[in-house]
Write a protein that binds this ligand. Structure first.
Ligand code: 5GP
Length: 116
């Protein structure tokens, strides 16, 4: 079984978070340390540690996560100016929490894709 992280506790509402969307398969909440005016994390309710653990049966779930992200971008009114979706994977990718999540970032020009 996949080891749980703090994100599972957020999904189950056992610890506080600013949850902006939840359904049977995904939960979205504001990042505790926002890097942009809008910084929301979209996570599967059932944890998958990293992108390396994604199986073919997860494809509809990942598509749903991206669609939810786009809907939240519209709701946050950042869609017309544009935004960025980001998934960090593993050590070189800078992943800190090993419960797969999509970052939705926007509300200001985000600059080049990678830090120098
Ligand atoms: P990663 O580096 O794994 O892609 O991103 C993890 C993100 O989770 C970071 O942006 C970090 O600020 C956020 N984060 C870590 N712990 C918590 C928490 O307890 N609550 C919330 N809302 N965000 C968290």
């Amino acid at each position: 079984m996949t080891e749980e992280t703090i994100f599972s506790k957020i999904v189950r509402r056992e610890i506080p978070a600013d949850i902006v969307y939840q359904d049977d398969s995904v939960t979205a909440f504001r990042d505790i340390n926002p890097q942009a005016p809008t910084h929301i994390l979209i996570v599967p309710n059932e944890p998958i540690p990293t992108l390396n653990d994604v199986k073919p049966e997860h494809e509809p779930l990942l598509g749903h996560m991206i669609r939810v992200a786009a809907e939240l971008a519209a709701k946050e009114e950042i869609a017309p100016d544009g935004y960025r979706l980001l998934v960090n994977c593993g050590r070189h990718g800078g992943q800190e929490v090993f419960h797969l999540h999509v970052h939705l970032l926007g509300g200001r020009p985000l600059g080049p894709m990678l830090a120098p």
